[in-house]
Design a binder for this molecule. Structure first.
Ligand SMILES: [Zn+2]
Length: 74
């Protein structure tokens, strides 16, 4: 209904380009990448010779995720 009230001779302005503030997003993107890589390491490689923590508690904690993502396990 709002568009029908506008006069048909109104000139439309060109669309304003979307501005992405890269300088504001970059630190959060780096943080997300680091956390994602750490999570990927713990799910995919924290076992055996590449293990950072002794014991199997990290392996057991991420065990279902490992199988879900198709990483080799046992
Ligand atoms: Zn397994």
């Amino acid at each position: 209904m709002a568009q029908s009230a506008m006069p048909s001779t109104q000139v439309q302005e060109p669309p304003v380009p979307l501005r992405v503030p890269v300088r504001e997003i970059l630190p959060w993107a780096v943080l997300a990448a680091v956390l994602g890589l750490a999570l990927l390491y713990f799910v995919g490689a924290e076992q055996g010779a590449t293990s950072l923590f002794s014991g199997t508690w990290v392996h057991e904690f991420t065990h279902d995720g490992r199988h879900l993502l198709g990483f080799p396990c046992h």
